[in-house]
Design a protein around this ligand. Sequence first.
Ligand code: PLP
Length: 399
Amino acid sequence: LGWWDRVSPASKDPITGVTEAFLADTNPHKINLGVGAYRDDEGKPVVLQCVRNAEAKIAGCDFMESNATAVGSKLVEESVKLAYGKDANVVKEGTLAGLQALSGTGACRLFAEFQRRFHPESPIYFPDPTWPNHPNIWRDAQVPVRTFQYYHPVSKGLNFAALMDDIKNAPDASFFLLHPCAHNPTGVDPTAEQWREISYQFKVKSHFPFFDVAYQGFASGDLDMDAQAIRIFLEDGHLIGCAQSFAKNMGLYGHRVGCLSVLCADAKQAVAVKSQLQQIARAMYSNPPIHGLLLVSTILSDPETKALWVKEVKVMANRIQQMRSTLRESLEKLASPLNWEHITKQVGMFCFSGLTADQVDRLVREFHIYLTRDGRMSMAGVTTSNVSYLANAIHEVTR
Ligand code: PLP
């Protein structure tokens, strides 16, 4: 029997494709602006010192004896403080249903499944554009997916009026996925004042805000500042959901450490919600591996290691901001006729450059510079030694 005869190859993930092409290129000037992973000024991946210290602290720890549930609880306890604020009442009141998750993707998937079980008819709205895996995740969970307007291609900033219209025009009590900071792929975030207006309108419409926090610290360099959107919604009395990832801000990509939290009406509801989330996770993968959980909970709960992490996050964010300024200045020095203000106005890991697909193709073909065809550049791939080569290349393909 030809069991799998009807199976044809799945379409390639756009980012994986970029990485493969970059690796296959032997040109010494090649630059990878595809993947959203932090690199130092030498273009090398970084193991944070706080992670090394945590490794040393847990070395020799008896994993066979480790209680996954206890480690998970500690991780959740510390993660929610980061998102909602260490002194937030909700952290103390027991109204948060939280669960360790397989990084940000796993937290999203868990929530999507939970959403479908209890609100099978409700769609989820994603910003246009968004991280391309968002629609995949919710579609696989059988949730209807929609988009709301977000980015303005001419200003290369936020299309706030259109965003507000779409929030108003969505059916009452819809789910909305929001990037609280360092929006992927655009690097465009609402201001605090705009978040207040969004939060107000969510109240009017009884929408549910689901925050996907994949880059906390990367927008401003400050973890609390980057959580301001969540804190504003909290102040306004919303019930919220939150997916947190430690892949980027702790450089723990492969360890898959994350947290899903759902803010409930009271402690009793939180117990029920958590038990449902646990049941969903149990049937899919039981528990996440414990090593990464231990690393993150150790960093977050040891004051000295946490302070070091806070500093290291700032260093990473500052380096990226520095590269934004240098790239913009270099393009201006080349007398580029185009406006490059958005390079420094946008925040976080990415710059939505405005380069067309044809211009990107030329960057790849003629300059060995790799990025996705939507023009998204991972600023983490830019270094002191490649920034002028990059500026020249961008200037060549846009003049
Ligand atoms: N959400 C957004 C917006 C992202 O950009 C990413 C990663 O690129 C994720 C979630 C999930 O990342 P991970 O599953 O590696 O934590």
